[in-house]
Design a protein around this ligand. Structure first.
Ligand code: PGA
Length: 248
């Protein structure tokens, strides 16, 4: 059985005042039946870690460097994230691939660094609108998956997030038919490559998930949770999504 995961990606949002949202999230989910994760800006991980007390809320980074330490001004290593209290790290988000030119090869190196630091890697894949319209979605996603997930990946430390680039922050969600097709293709590729470990890897959907569409998305086979951007910033928006996942 794969445990469900509700993951919030705060992106470049949040300062000290936003910690009140974590308090509210914890208050609304005293003992969540699903895995609950917030990936705040790295500056807030330590503060959230102190704030969460004994609550099972997990914390994650949004990127890490592929090296453990060294002369890489401005970068953060996986070990540093773990040291601050993170158990997860998002890797290869389309905004990193677009803004920082991250290739799948770079993402794979980061995933290996995450493994070394004991972090769970959430590896993101997804096509652009032009790629979808050209009928290339599954080819693009398959190539990203093959290139980004390391050969020694294990279910306990690997999550894949399908995030169509055109659905991120746009209010447009993929249809349940589109999500079903891609998640089935990702599952098939993971099982072909990793056997039982591939069966155990969780696959999240991301892209304009909100309270009003969450239940439909979570009913799709092989959707094991969500990676949520905008609707994770406020506890009042995120909590109904977590509740929908618990009911799914
Ligand atoms: P969104 O972002 O929910 O705001 O569309 C999702 C993501 O980029 O992870």
């Amino acid at each position: 059985m794969r445990r469900k995961l509700a993951a919030g990606n705060w992106k470049m949002n949040g300062t000290d005042a936003a910690l009140a949202e974590v308090d509210a999230l914890i208050a609304a989910n005293p003992s969540p039946m699903v895995d609950l994760l917030i990936c705040p800006p790295a500056t807030l991980i330590d503060r959230m870690n102190r704030r969460r007390g004994n609550h099972a809320l997990a914390l994650g980074g949004q990127d890490c460097h592929h090296a453990a330490s060294g002369a890489h001004t401005g970068d953060i290593s996986a070990a540093m994230l773990a040291d601050a209290g993170a158990s997860h790290v998002i890797l290869g988000h389309s905004e990193r691939r677009a803004d920082h030119g991250e290739t799948s090869e770079m993402v794979r190196a980061k995933a290996l660094a995450a493994q070394d630091a004991g972090l769970i890697a959430i590896i993101c894949v997804g096509e652009t609108l032009a790629q979808r319209e050209a009928g290339q979605a599954l080819t693009v996603i398959g190539a990203q998956l093959a290139g980004s997930v390391p050969d020694n990946a294990r279910a306990a430390r690997t999550v894949v997030a399908y995030e169509p680039v055109w659905a991120i922050g746009t209010g447009k969600t993929a249809t349940t038919t589109e999500i079903a097709e891609v998640h089935a293709a990702i599952r098939a590729a993971l099982v072909a490559r990793f056997d039982a470990e591939g069966t155990g890897m969780r696959i999240l959907y991301g892209g304009s998930v909100k309270a009003s569409n969450a239940a439909d998305i979570f009913a799709v086979p092989d959707v094991d949770g969500a990676l949520v951007g905008g609707a994770s910033l406020k506890a009042a928006d995120f909590t109904p999504i977590v509740a929908a996942l618990e009911r799914a």
